[in-house]
Design a protein around this ligand. Structure first.
Ligand code: MOS
Length: 717
């Protein structure tokens, strides 16, 4: 009964039935009795302080159990950031630390009541006397203070992220036959996962159980344990299912800590679910960026210089930096000179954070738009310019050899499938009736990321197995692909594998971020499978032989636990995923709404474990990228700093009617240096490059170069 191999098969999601029948429990529906409900009171001013807060009338309202403010909060301690074994609070400032107000929407009080309605009503009765000061809200303001980015990664890493280079860009720019200097803008974005963030906290003596919508139960546990002065084993964080995160559930946000503080103060289990409006200020955003690109080239189109300077909006309460050049200008093309810088303007706005391909998403809009502009200056086909310059021999910044490199195949095969050859090189030269039609392309890129974790495999005498690790399925298919990889590691059918994730009592798993999970867990699974074989004296044996060896022990099951950690291979090779997007747009000049008629994208992300879930990931990234290209933009009021479009009517994410056919192709060659299954993650690469591909197609259709996202109709009139 040796399985012919589950990896590579388009298996249906193993959690599909639980999800569509509603038996999959999310953080907002915890199996907890005697629940009280929490509602947050948020600051209506962006800068200043609380002079006085009057909770007395609210305390008298029906059903109210407790009201938490900075004046009566239980003492908590500042958790130290710990990326490897612990967690990281997204905001450096602890919730309710003092009476200082850093942004509109800051949490100022939490009402706990017997019902959500009672909590909301009482919240409306709380009177706050503010001292309001002039907020800083414009990251481009003349003379605004700029910070060299601080760091939770440590100074050394941060220095290489923040700023660096080689060669002499200024000299190359001066000497070059063709050069370009352009500035690009990307707005603030919000993640908007379908499931809002939610936390339920239950204190039983010195034990704390938390149901939380998080991409990192292990990290959330570490932060809560440290904050409340509890040993880690006394804290349990549970999150078996997530309705999307995209980064806004990666680090630990104030609402999670606040819910535990409220439960402690109230002495009852407390549940808090953020409203859609609260999501816009409570769990991060992609910061707006201004990016200036300098490119220089020979007239044959060989790059001589790349300079990529980023200024972004930051907050007063965190350390997040959007590293726009790191995975883009530093990685994709070969150039003898390269410089990059990142700067932050700290503002009275919510703290930004990781959002799907942080850095690469806005960074690729600037780089891939600039490359397109350069191609027209050189009169070289945009695809050809990229083929001439892509760094195929080695990582252009670190100099390490690629573990596996197939970008040229992505360029040529996707171009062929799309019909790039039929493109009329003339700008604004293709019409279909009244419609202007254009084709654009861009490179996609994302690093191969692998963290560490521990897996446990339990194998039963009947041949069934359970894989357990505190990793996560964000809604992406991890339960399914982990079952497939475990099945192959043991040589059994995936139907016989059960996967347990998202609970901090399981062996520690990685943060579900940076598209790392499948690559990280592959190493963990194979290590645990090898340990299991060894423990039953069946080294190298899979399938029926392994089941017999388990049976021969006479025990009902055998289990083995093993870590999978980054090894020396990560220092020897450069691991990176690449891809190519091709986009066709049609635009009616009288009502210039950009219509996406067709997208063909091809990615090299190593081996494809499951073509069905992989395709969905590709489509999801591209749809989010189309949102970025055409509609998505978080606006704040220029005087008050309040978010003015904190709802799905005004913050427009794409719907089915906005999206044409999307075709996803994969190279599907195993990157065996990376992990036993040869996989690199694919949660994020899809969104990279897509906004530039759309903008490039819009330019080709109309002759209008939009350097300021989103591409709204008024910018094309
Ligand atoms: Mo992703 S932005 O690493 O959750």
């Amino acid at each position: 009964m040796l399985s012919p191999g589950a990896v590579g098969k388009p298996m249906d999601r193993v959690d599909g039935r639980a999800k569509v029948t509603g038996s999959a429990r999310y953080a907002g529906e915890p199996p907890v009795q005697n629940l009280a409900y929490a509602f947050i009171v948020q600051s209506t001013v962006a800068s200043g302080m609380i002079r006085a807060i009057d909770t007395a009338p609210a305390m008298k309202a029906a059903g109210v159990i407790a009201i938490l403010t900075h004046e009566n909060k239980p003492a908590i301690v500042q958790p130290k950031p710990d990326f490897l074994t612990g967690g990281i609070t997204a905001e450096v400032r602890l919730p309710l630390a003092d009476n200082v107000i850093n942004h509109a929407g800051q949490h100022l009080a939490v009402v706990v009541a017997r019902s959500l309605d009672a909590a909301k009503h009482a919240a409306s009765l709380i009177k706050i006397d503010y001292v309001s000061t002039e907020p800083l809200l414009d990251f481009l303001a003349e003379g605004a203070q700029k910070n060299a980015p601080p760091s939770f990664f440590g100074d050394e890493i941060q220095a290489t992220l923040g700023k660096g280079g080689r060669g002499d860009v200024a000299a190359a720019m001066k000497a070059a036959e063709v050069s370009l200097t352009e500035t690009y803008f990307t707005p603030a974005h919000n993640h908007n996962p379908m499931e809002p963030s939610a936390t339920t906290a239950v204190f039983e003596g010195d034990r704390l159980t938390v149901y939380d919508s998080t991409q990192w139960v292990t990290g959330t546990r570490a932060v809560l344990a440290e904050a409340f002065g509890l040993p880690r084993e006394n804290v349990r964080v549970i999150c078996p299912y997530i309705g999307g995160g995209f980064g806004c559930k990666g680090f630990i946000w104030p609402h999670t800590i606040l819910t535990a503080m409220a439960a402690k103060l109230a002495g009852v289990p407390v549940k808090m679910v953020l409203t859609r409006q609260q999501m816009f200020t409570s769990c991060g955003r992609r910061p707006p960026t201004r990016q200036t690109m300098n490119l220089a080239a020979t007239k044959e189109g060989k790059l001589l210089a790349i300079r990529h300077d980023t200024l972004m909006a930051g907050s007063k309460i965190g350390m997040y930096m959007e590293v726009c050049a790191m995975g883009t200008s530093r990685v994709v093309y070969d150039s003898p000179s390269l410089e990059f810088t990142h700067e932050i303007t700290p503002l009275n706005l919510p703290e930004p954070t990781f959002m799907r391909a942080p850095g690469e998403t806005p960074g690729s809009f600037a780089l891939e738009s600039a490359m397109d502009e350069l191609s027209y200056k050189l009169n070289i086909d945009p695809l050809e310019l990229r083929i001439r310059n892509c760094a195929k021999d080695k990582h252009p910044f670190s100099g390490k050899p690629w573990s596996s490199y197939n970008l040229l195949q992505c360029y040529t095969q996707a171009a062929e499938k799309f019909g790039w050859k039929s493109r009329n090189p003339k700008v604004a030269g293709t019409k279909e009736g009244d419609l202007m039609v254009g084709m654009g392309m861009a490179t996609a890129m994302f690093p191969g990321v692998r963290f560490g974790g521990v897996a446990r495999i339990k194998m039963f005498a009947d041949g069934k197995a359970i894989l357990s690790t505190a990793a996560h399925d964000l809604g992406t298919g991890a339960y399914t692909v982990f079952a497939q990889m475990t099945a192959d590691a043991l040589g059994i059918d995936p139907e016989n594998v059960k996967v347990e994730l998202g609970d901090s009592i399981l062996p520690p798993g990685p943060l579900a971020g940076g598209s790392n999970s499948t690559a990280t867990v592959s190493v963990m699974i194979h290590a645990a499978a090898a340990a299991l074989r060894e423990s039953v004296g069946a080294v190298g044996v899979r399938g029926a032989g392994l089941v017999s060896a388990v049976k021969a022990t006479g025990k009902p099951f055998v289990e083995a636990t093993a870590p999978g950690v980054p090894g020396p291979e990560l220092a020897e090779s450069a691991f990176n995923s690449f891809g190519a997007h091709f986009v066709e747009v049609a635009i009616d000049p009288l009502m210039p709404r950009v219509q996406i008629r067709k997208v063909v994208s091809m990615f090299d992300v190593g081996r494809i474990v499951n073509p069905k879930t992989a395709r969905s990931q590709g489509i999801g990234g591209i749809v989010m990228g189309i949102g970025m290209a055409l509609t998505e933009e978080t606006h704040h009021d220029a005087r008050s700093g309040r978010i003015v479009n904190n709802n799905f009517a005004d913050y427009a994410v794409p719907v089915n009617a906005d999206i044409g056919p999307i075709e996803i192709l994969f190279v599907d060659k195993p990157d065996t240096k990376f992990n036993p299954d040869g996989v690199r993650g694919l949660g994020e690469i899809g969104i990279t490059g897509i906004a530039a591909a759309v903008a490039n197609a819009v330019y080709h259709a109309t002759g209008k170069r939009i350097r300021d996202l989103p591409i709204l109709p008024d910018k094309l009139l």
